[in-house]
Design a protein around this ligand. Sequence first.
Ligand code: SF4
Length: 436
Amino acid sequence: MASKRQIFVGGVPIGGGAPVAVQTMTKTETANLAATMEQIRTVADAGADLVRVAVPREKDADALKTIVAESPIPVIADIHFNHTLALKAIDAGAHCIRLNPGNIGGREKVAEVAVKATEHSVPMRIGVNSGSLPKHLHELERTAPVEALVTAAVEFVELMEGLDFTDFKVSIKSTNVPNTIAANRLLSEKIPYPIHLGITEAGTKWSGALKSSVGLGTLLADGVGDTIRISLSTFHAEEEVKVAWEILKALQLRERGPVLIACPTCGRLQFDMDTVVAEIEQRLEAYTEPIEVAVLGCAVNGIGEASHADFGITGAKDEGLIFAHGKPLRKIPQEQLVDTLFREIDKSLGRGGKIEVDDSEAAEGAAWLQRIEEENAGDLTPEKLAAMEKAAAESGEDITAPGGGDGEPYLKPVKGTKVELGEEASPTAGRRFTRA
Ligand code: SF4
């Protein structure tokens, strides 16, 4: 269940129906101002809404003043064990304080931070970590780890409420994906406060991104989670931001920049798709417009399922086709495909999304495409099978029973129930936002 309460970190709303905020954490020594500011600017450019910096020493708290003044996005100070650093961070202008009420030295010290945070209207993120649960929950943790995590989080919530401080979000972090999912689902039913999601120590760019996508994606699809951080073992914090955005874009919770569609390739592939897709993906990072770009490994299917894309290319042995909105634009020697694709994208964006079509070039491209389609008309490609399944589903027929024998359709329709997933039935319906 989405959080009922909303807080503001700097100007960024968290919870209460606001767009899911993307955050990351700098990996530099915070007191190294040049390095920290460079990383903050990089993550802000990549789309971070919020950035967290570690404040383990006095000199990091001292650096905060400049960091907050120069940062293009709100700054969260990450404090552990030392409540005086939290007080200094608030004085330095931090937009939010992250602390674990269980490791800051007792109720009085938490109370001192809460009083100062109230005076300065600074919210907090309070949280529990599977590795640092309070002692009295260790026994429960052995037998029921999810219950232990949620109990600790609810105890912290009650502690803060008892101190008359309610300007906070809550996080439960675990390295265990199923436990993270179960704990956050349960927590969201018990508290009205915004929830921060993350899989702690998730791993490398590859495994960490996958674990986070499974854990956070599941929760976000349920409507749980108001801000996310992807923890990756890389110095490049912007990679965390990119993964976070891909999760939000995949769930259609937010839009940012282009969406790349690429076929998985198969034995019909006729050009070096790996290299081409990688180059297109990298070049698209420079664009902020939410355009859809498709890359098809062959022209056997025509434009097929990529016909809704704003732009696309389909490759063949020596030549390829540039298309836009399902219509051929022109046939191009293969080595010029990518550059020509980006020239067309740039021209169209420069004209407010309008596409210029040269009729004779478009006709030549269409004829080329038709010839390839006709030559391969009998091929059952992945796309043709998908189209057959779609047609069968739309006609209300069940395509689960395979046909067999000569002359029989490959997929033999059997009467069944038509299943539709309408917008209202989508798990993320009503939570979709466009980034301003
Ligand atoms: S048949 Fe489909 S999957 Fe195979 S290369 Fe062509 S477009 Fe890609």
